[in-house]
Design a protein around this ligand. Sequence first.
Ligand code: SF4
Ligand code: SF4
Length: 367
Amino acid sequence: MEGKYEFEKKFRDQVLRCSSCGFCRAVCPVFGLTKRPAFNARGKMLVLKEVMDGNIELDDQLIETLFQCTTCASCSEQCPSGVQPPEIMKQVRKDMVHKGSCHPVFEGMNQILQEHTNIYAEDEPEDFERARNKKAEYVFFIGCVGSYREDEATMATLDILDHLKVDYTLIDEVCCSGALEDVGFEINGRLAEKNVELILETGAKAVITGCPYCSRTFNGKPQYQGLKDAGVEIIHISQFLKDFDLGVKTDKAVTYHDPCDLGRHCDIYEEPRETIRKIAPNFVEMRHNRADALCCGAGGGVRGAFAKNSIAMARRRLEEVEEAGAEIVLTECNSCVHNLNNAKLRAQKFKIYTTSQFLWQLLEEQD
Ligand code: SF4
Ligand code: SF4
């Protein structure tokens, strides 16, 4: 049966396959916080069944229910029926935007990327004192959060690449715009074209990304197919660094937070741990780790649109850091670092870094 919305055409079978078993309830960060049944995947599928039956419309009244999802994919991981709620939600949001029902923050984000080159609408990026747009073996692609909010972490990553004598260049990068797809819009073709053109001009054999979301976007979206066609490999910095031993160690208790975009979405769990195990004999896992890791609450536009809840989700993650007795939390996503640091309470004495930032700190302490 053809439906009136695109999500019905693409995902009707999946929505109907949901047996309301509720396995997804226990893992949904939004439900864990709000306890509102309509906010977890089970509730969202029930709402969508009503929409498909014509009992309710996709309209403004559903914005809070359907736009409040971090696309963390914890539910997909647990679902015995093979339902992929984040993919369904992304299409539902597009349908809602098409009908004129959109969260104002997401509308603003799309508007910003029509007029600017990054999600913060800032036109003076940090220059990081490195050459740009030159011929090199690798391009290091920073991403918006690493360029405009977590620049210290980015500087440390570049220092590591220099220390390892990697032949790389930065480019005059613009937002990969992958996040637009999470919030109801299409990837911005103008921005994608510019990135592809600048990367290809360097002649690089690979792009190393500082952000797992950029890596996902370059690897999976048709707007970036030009990179694949030219044989350019896309890797995340954690995949690149695992092959090196920097010869530094810490005796501190270190734990690792799996970013949803790198873990559940890209299946990269062991590479970051390989690097961390080399430097931290006192490595401890948090109770929820790898595919079961709790989301930091930042994804899917939730940090921008539902900021209070986003911070509260990050606090739930940080409770597990305390429980594990860690002094250092490492992760591989600037967005996670940003949200977790914003959520950290003054009484919580542990420190939060990207792995490469911490590595650079150890190297500096050694000198
Ligand atoms: S993707 Fe994450 S936040 Fe969204 S419904 Fe599934 S578990 Fe909840
Ligand atoms: S785990 Fe899957 S089948 Fe069960 S309620 Fe959640 S989405 Fe539906």
